[in-house]
Design a protein around this ligand. Structure first.
Ligand code: M6P
Ligand code: ZN
Length: 185
């Protein structure tokens, strides 16, 4: 039996998997490497819980997950998830925000990047062939739920190599998506 706590998005029950990413795990993704080097690598940037009711790669199945992104900045860039295209690139996904404020950053295969604001209740459809990453633009933890096909898989390499074509910075305390690819993620 699995349950969602709708106040927090937290998953409870059996067969729930968990993972976490520390700053040390995802440091190369951030623009300001000097700032990143001077921060504690053990700092947790985000945690994921998910339920896989069917094996990975099952055609026609679905997975459910909850992600909590901590508030914070590396230099002036918001804490964010790694971000990925799906390995089966035409697979889509839903995100919905439970707590906090943030931004869903989307990039198509032509490397056009745009964002959708996330706030409690916001519902987001990630189109096919579109990379997705979430940044926490607030001062408290950002909790969102996700649902995606069990055969979607992950292509992290493309993001690791070429990043997104725009980054979300805090400029005078407000989120601003800034174009420009440093060649890093
Ligand atoms: C959401 C879903 C998961 C994903 C997680 C973290 O919960 O999209 O599939 O793993 O966010 O994102 P990433 O895999 O890019 O670190
Ligand atoms: Zn995805």
């Amino acid at each position: 039996m699995q349950r969602v706590n709708w106040l927090t998005g937290t998953l409870e029950g059996s067969e729930i998997c968990t993972s976490r990413k520390t700053l040390g795990d995802i440091r190369p993704l951030f623009f300001d490497q000097d700032a990143a080097q001077n921060m504690d690598p053990a700092l947790v940037v985000y945690r994921v819980q998910w339920w896989s009711p069917v094996p990975e790669k099952t055609e026609g199945g679905l997975f459910w997950g909850t992600t909590v992104v901590e508030p914070g900045l590396v230099g002036t860039e918001y804490f964010m998830t790694h971000g990925h295209f799906h390995a089966k690139a035409d697979r889509t996904e839903f995100y919905s925000t439970v707590q906090g404020t943030g931004a869903l950053i989307l990039m198509n295969q032509q490397r056009k990047t745009w964002m959708e604001e996330m706030s409690p209740g916001s519902l987001h459809h990630i189109p096919p062939h579109t990379a997705h990453r979430v940044a926490n633009t607030g001062t408290s933890a950002l909790h969102f739920v996700a649902c995606w096909p069990s055969d979607a898989g992950y292509d992290y390499d493309e993001i690791r190599k070429n990043g997104f074509s725009a980054r979300l910075f805090s400029i005078y305390g407000r989120p601003l998506l800034v174009d420009g690819n440093s060649g890093r993620a």
